[in-house]
Design a protein around this ligand. Structure first.
Ligand code: TYD
Ligand code: MG
Length: 467
């Protein structure tokens, strides 16, 4: 007789455990483990499976036509977003757009839906908003939809501009949505949001692990069967994790993260996963009264409100493949409590703590009794290692009340010894700085370029350039 194995599943992240625990050791949530109906012991199943398996039918990849896959990309109407997606939305692909409530997910998808509906039938399904609400928004946005060139459409369709096929349905039933996809009337379907969906046959509240994972599974199967491009919306919690199970992120083809300030500032979209393209690209958006638009010259916009005060340094960043000049600000003040406070916005806090330790050990700055705040202006989140030198200089500038000259940009990685290390694609950074009127870059000495003021060592740089 096969022994029944006990299995506990975390209702937050979907991790499984052989015994009950008060806290899920995978996601850290308390009291989320629920017992699942027992699965038979693995050993017996394995020997059974060995007998029932069949040899796979495999095909030569190079022998099959590859062109049609590329041709079936749908342009979103936002060139930079298309780049993030790897050239537009691929037919039959399933994407997940995640972001905090209020960041602009529904707005963006309505704009994209309007553009794509000029070429293929589009359905917008919302479980959160009613038809009048969505219609009101769509009409408001229709006043200004971004102009674009469409990779997927033929020349004559552009000339005639067919009427919009943009339908709306309000539903939270995964069963109904799956049937709608299988009916194959629409080529692009948006589901806003996965946290509202429920499969009739499955117990559990919408947003829980069982409902989200099974809804995802059902919809993905339907989309793959019909070649429908599917876009799912997922809300994230305050700390940036997808509300509900992580499993959904593994199931979909593309995960897009919508980040930034909810009120003003720039918002960015990055792919944290993309089966059809790179994950390094970045699209920058701004919210207007008529919806979102891409920021065309982010460097100029980011520097527009700059005042050169202590603690302000311009960093020549690379985001994805794109150069970007951003202002890094630091504020250093005396700690009023025994334990100094360190805060980073747009920059990794662990990296900040490391750089503060390097500054303390390798230069004469005393920072252990100071609160330090670092801010990347414009709601941009930096992932570029070359930000180190700019962050160090901003902190030193604020701590010593000294300024860097107006016309200098900075980039370079800082090692634990206080040495300046080389970084990727210096030429692109230099060209962007030249374009915006800067006269020199403080940068790793290994770069051979007239524009560069060579940097070898942190202490020497701080002494030479901060006045
Ligand atoms: P929304 O797209 O509903 O956010 P999400 O779906 O991610 O929860 O809206 C985001 C905010 O943007 C909302 O507070 C109102 C604002 N907004 C504008 O500023 N301009 C607009 O044209 C629209 C449609 C919304
Ligand atoms: Mg919404």
């Amino acid at each position: 007789m096969s022994k029944i194995r006990r299995l506990f599943v975390c209702s937050n992240c979907g991790a499984t455990f052989p015994k009950w625990l008060g806290q899920c050791s995978s996601c850290g949530e308390w009291e989320t483990l629920l017992e699942q109906a027992g699965a038979p012991e693995v050993k017996n199943t394995v020997s059974l499976a060995e007998k029932t398996g069949k040899t796979l039918h495999a095909e030569n990849i190079y022998a099959t036509a590859t062109d049609d896959a590329e041709a079936a990309r749908l342009s979103t109407g936002f060139p930079d977003l298309d780049l993030v997606l790897g050239g537009g939305i691929l037919s039959g692909s399933v994407s997940l757009l995640t972001g905090q409530p209020g960041i602009g997910k529904s707005t963006l998808l309505m704009q994209i839906a309007t553009i794509i509906a000029r070429h293929v039938p589009v359905l917008y399904i919302s479980g959160e908003e009613s038809a009048p609400q969505v219609r009101a928004r769509a009409l408001r946005l229709a006043g200004k939809t971004p102009k674009t060139t469409h990779a997927t459409m033929s020349a004559n369709s552009q000339a005639t501009q067919p009427p919009l096929t943009l339908d709306f349905a309000s539903s939270t039933s995964t069963n109904d949505i799956s049937q709608t996809i299988l009916a194959n009337k629409y080529k692009f379907i948006i589901v806003d949001s996965v946290q509202t969906l429920a499969v009739a046959e499955i117990a559990g509240a919408p947003g829980g692990v069982a409902q989200v994972a099974n809804s995802g599974n059902l919809l993905i199967r339907a989309a793959k069967a019909t070649g429908t491009a599917l876009m799912l919306v997922g809300h994230v919690t305050k700390d940036g994790n997808l509300a509900g199970p992580k499993t959904l992120e593994h199931m979909v083809d593309v995960v897009l993260n919508f980040e930034g300030d909810r009120y003003g500032g720039f918002k960015t979209i990055r792919a944290s996963k993309n089966r059809f393209g790179a994950t390094s690209e970045l699209a920058i958006f701004e919210m207007h009264d008529k919806g979102l638009s891409e920021v065309k010259n982010p460097s100029a916009a980011l520097l527009a409100e700059r005042q050169n005060v202590d603690g302000s340094i311009i960093f020549a960043a690379i985001d994805g493949t794109r150069p970007l000049l951003v202002e890094i600000q630091a504020l250093v003040s005396k700690s009023s409590f025994g334990y100094p406070k360190r805060t980073a916005s747009g920059f990794d806090l662990n990296r900040l703590n490391l750089l503060i330790a390097v500054l303390e050990q390798r230069t004469k700055l005393t920072l252990s009794d100071k609160d330090i705040f670092v801010n990347v202006v414009g709601g941009i989140r930096l992932t570029d290692a070359a930000a180190d030198l700019a962050v160090c200089m901003a902190i030193a500038s604020a701590a010593a009340s000294r300024k860097l000259a107006d016309d200098l940009v900075v980039f370079g990685e800082v090692g634990l010894g206080g040495e300046i290390r080389s970084v990727s694609t210096p030429e692109k950074r230099i060209n962007e700085a030249k374009k915006l009127g800067f006269t020199a870059a403080i940068a790793p000495y290994t770069i051979k370029n007239q524009f560069v003021k060579p940097a070898r060592d942190l202490t020497a740089i701080l002494n030479a350039y901060l006045h």
